[in-house]
Design a protein around this ligand. Structure first.
Ligand SMILES: *Cc1c(COP(=O)(O)O)cnc(C)c1O
Length: 382
């Protein structure tokens, strides 16, 4: 089975990890800070803080912008459950705003009607690696005094108006994941980028139980060299130096990985552009798409399952991204209902993610093209 996404780990990555295993620090050593400064430099933000998952990075970012019990935050239902779960961890309520049919990103025109006196935060998700129209999101956020945290777990290597996603030009913080299906991997892992020092300091403490070792911040008296203070309830969300070492080695290949994803997407686009059966993903003129996914939308939603099953039977590990978050039984129990975001629901009913990952050979790409074309022909022309 050809999966929809997978990592690419080479000998250089493996040797780097073997080397760090022979050192004294396999966690809380210097590799964490090195990975963080390389990420910040690459993305063009002042600060980076790495975490043990994208989910914990989202949790920390929401905490750091001040999201708390009783607040509301607006996000997309067309995402992985982590985006909204991370706000529930803090006692805040996710409010789902419908998406655009072409990109699958938040429909900014609908944002304002979702804002109440409790709204504190907007979380745009750069679906599939296609950045949201951040200028417009920021315009709404500024008008109502709201924070923005970008869920950029799909969008490492993407650009919006020539600014790298992660530069936080239009947001308070930006979150990435280093899960193996994402652009680069640390096994499990994530990061928050920000230009704000206050957010940076909160992220560091949140990752480590809410503890500070900074004398200037102590509330009580410093009692000796052993001394530290815990100021709020944080977590152990630390990444290990083993993972950071893999991340440092993978980051060197990010540009190559993204270029390869774009090359595959271009081949797909050219082959599929004028087909009758499904729509291909757009690339708006204001973005540089990172193609975490290659989502097609079957024109006839009644046929989606049949197409999906036949693609799977022919050996393509296709997937569907995503079941709208509020369809899940847990969210239904919280009072969300079907029909809330009709465009996201139709998107879900028609979507199939074709395999795309940098390690794919040209031969793989043409093999996939043939299978996809064959499956649609078989279903529609019989
Ligand atoms: C992968 C992903 C996450 C969560 O990242 P983990 O590293 O798996 O915790 C969050 N949001 C989106 C959109 C993702 O794709």
């Amino acid at each position: 089975m050809i999966p929809y996404g997978r990592q690419w780990i080479d000998d250089e990555d493996i040797n780097a990890v073997i080397d760090v295993l022979k050192t004294d620090f396999i966690t809380q050593g210097s590799r964490i800070r090195e990975f963080e400064s390389l990420l910040a430099e690459y993305l063009g933000a002042k600060y980076a803080v790495v975490f043990n998952s994208g989910t914990s990075a989202l949790h920390a970012a929401y905490f750091a912008v001040g999201l708390e019990q009783g607040d509301e935050f607006i996000t997309s239902p067309l995402t992985f459950v982590a985006t909204s779960n991370a706000g529930l961890f803090l006692g805040a309520r996710p409010v789902f705003c419908d998406v655009e049919m072409d990109t699958g990103n938040l429909n900014v025109e609908l944002l304002e009607e979702k804002i109440t006196s409790r709204t504190k935060l907007i979380v745009p998700v750069h679906y599939a690696g296609h950045p949201c129209d951040m200028e417009k999101v920021k315009e709404v956020a500024d008008k109502y005094g709201l924070h923005i945290v970008e869920d950029a777990c799909h969008a490492l290597g993407a650009k919006y108006r020539n600014f790298k996603i992660g530069s936080c030009k239009y947001s308070d913080a930006t979150v990435f994941s280093f899960h193996p299906v994402k652009h680069i991997t640390t096994g499990e892992g994530g990061a928050v980028l920000t230009n704000r020092q206050d957010i940076y300091e909160k992220l560091l403490m949140f990752r480590n139980h809410g503890i500070t070792k900074d004398k200037r911040k102590f509330i009580n008296h410093w009692e000796g060299e052993w001394y530290y203070e815990m100021h709020f309830l944080g977590f152990n969300y630390r990444m290990s130096d083993i993972q950071a070492t893999l991340g440092i080695s993978q980051l060197k290949k990010l540009d190559k990985f993204v270029k390869k994803r774009r090359k595959i997407a271009k081949t797909y686009n050219e082959a599929f552009r004028s087909n009758f059966y499904f729509e291909i993903p757009p690339e708006k003129d204001y973005v540089y798409h990172a193609y975490h996914l290659y989502p097609i939308k079957v024109k006839d939603r009644e046929k989606r399952k049949e197409v999906f099953d036949l693609l799977r039977r022919k050996g393509l590990g296709v997937q569907v991204h995503y079941i709208p978050v509020y369809f899940h039984p847990f969210y239904q129990k919280l009072g969300y209902f079907r029909g809330e975001c009709p465009v996201a629901e139709e998107f879900y009913e028609r979507e199939i993610s074709l395999p795309i990952y940098p390690r794919m050979t040209d031969k793989d790409v043409y093999y996939i093209l043939e299978i996809v074309e064959g499956v649609f022909r078989e279903i529609y022309e019989n």
